[in-house]
Design a protein around this ligand. Structure first.
Ligand SMILES: Cc1cc2nc3c(=O)[nH]c(=O)nc-3n(C[C@H](O)[C@H](O)[C@H](O)COP(=O)(O)OP(=O)(O)OC[C@H]3O[C@@H](n4cnc5c(N)ncnc54)[C@H](O)[C@@H]3O)c2cc1C
Ligand code: SF4
Ligand code: SF4
Length: 362
């Protein structure tokens, strides 16, 4: 809710759900030619980051202009006390992944903010379908670890799509997790390669992981598709394709959970102030200062005596009294935390970029 100008905020009211802590890079393991696993250890005195499998944290590194989001790569409940594991894929020319994965950062201090996101295991009883692309396997692994820890009695299919055998890194761990699955249920794992050379020794499935999902997995008569849930993690195009395949096969859209690894090349989400009720939920989870701007300024276009849509006045951002919110695309890191938090569906990642239209004044 917007605050009233001149009234001091109640100090007992939490203004953010985001915990910030300092952590040191403790260990580094090279997983593939472009992917590393980093283990960070919270510094003594820093508050704990109590996340669950499927969530993510936002990392700030020294000298970089803005943070980036990284998923917890292990089930937080099974981490050593104070430790957080991340899997980072080096993006060519990428600032943060280059810093984290491109060199030896052991001993460096970073800031972690989180835990964020609503992605996680659900409580349904039907089959579980996991589709991971590239580094999306990190969060999938965390979900599988949590499912084994909880001994979830549901059949599961786990697909990891990668380009070549050189891009795979989780096969042995996935086999171990499948072996520890609930004894009353099945867990099948497949790694699917899209660009593996024809003459290589690879004997597993080839092609797009989403084609394999459609042609080999969803035709499995043992899977009760109507009752299934799916978890899609990784790059946006793979998630969109898997979503289409699953919906066409009859998986309920509400049971398709998506964790899109957006980056700076994705459009920033947009707040539709006609739907926003100023409940502040998005402000409580924003991990970056100023990514969502509170504004008290608007201009009303009057046409023939009738008030039209309002347009934001960028400078009028008191933060104390506001009647409209706007996402600053320059500060937004595309983490989706606000989209997940909005109970009114007022923040949309898919809106075309346009001049923001604001609430009509009463
Ligand atoms: C919820 C979530 C979880 C994630 N989890 C992981 C994870 O577990 N592991 C992982 O490796 N990644 C993960 N990511 C992606 C991660 O946050 C970073 O986006 C990624 O590491 C790239 O960051 P970077 O700084 O290296 O690249 P950047 O420097 O941000 O560049 C990324 C891409 O955007 C392009 N670009 C840069 N600036 C602009 C601009 N202004 N306009 C258009 N394009 C631009 C670059 O050319 C490049 O292709 C996750 C993302 C989200 C949202
Ligand atoms: S505006 Fe939303 S998506 Fe962007 S950084 Fe803030 S919380 Fe994340
Ligand atoms: S955008 Fe959504 S979460 Fe944010 S204040 Fe408006 S209704 Fe609440």
């Amino acid at each position: 809710m917007s605050a009233v100008a001149g009234v001091s905020p109640d100090p007992s009211v939490r203004t953010s759900r985001v915990v910030r802590c300092q952590a040191r890079v403790l260990r580094r393991r090279s997983l593939t030619h472009d992917t590393v696993e980093l283990v960070l250890g919270r510094l003594p005195g820093s508050p704990p980051l109590l996340g669950r499998a499927g969530q993510f944290a936002v990392l700030t590194a020294p000298g970089l202009d803005r943070p980036r989001a990284y998923s917890f790569a292990r089930d937080p409940a099974q981490e050593a006390p104070g430790e957080h594991t991340f899997v980072i894929r080096l993006v060519p020319g990428g600032a943060m992944s280059g810093w984290l994965a491109g060199g030896d950062r052991i001993g460096e201090i970073v800031e972690l903010a989180g835990p964020l996101g609503r992605f996680g295991l659900d409580d349904h009883a039907g089959a579980m379908i996991f589709v991971a692309g590239g580094s999306g396997m990190s969060v999938t692994r965390a979900l599988l670890q949590a499912a084994v820890r909880r001994q979830v009695p549901r059949d599961a299919v786990v697909l990891h799509g990668a380009r070549t055998a050189a891009d795979l890194y989780a096969g042995a761990e996935l086999a171990q997790l499948a072996a520890g699955w609930h004894p009353g249920a099945r867990c099948a794992v497949a790694e699917v390669l899209s660009d593996e050379p024809d003459d290589s020794a690879w004997a597993g499935p080839r092609g797009l992981v989403t084609d394999y999902l459609r042609d080999a997995v969803l035709t499995d008569l043992h899977l009760n598709i109507a009752n299934a849930s799916a978890w899609l993690c990784g790059p946006a195009p793979m998630i969109a394709a898997a979503d289409t395949v699953l919906r066409a096969a009859g998986v309920a859209p509400s049971r398709i959970h998506r964790d899109v690894f957006e980056d700076a090349s994705s459009p920033a989400p947009v707040i539709d102030n006609r739907r926003c009720v100023l409940c502040d939920e998005c402000l409580l989870v924003r991990p970056v200062d100023g990514c969502i701007v509170e504004s008290s300024g608007f201009e009303v276009a009057v046409d023939g005596g009738v008030a039209g849509p309002c347009a934001l006045v960028p400078g009028a951002t008191s933060g104390l009294y506001y009647n409209s919110l706007v996402i600053d695309p320059e500060r937004c890191i595309r983490c989706s935390a606000c989209i997940n938090a909005c109970p009114h569906g007022a923040i949309d990642p898919g809106y075309p970029r346009r001049t923001e239209t604001l609430r009509q004044p009463a």
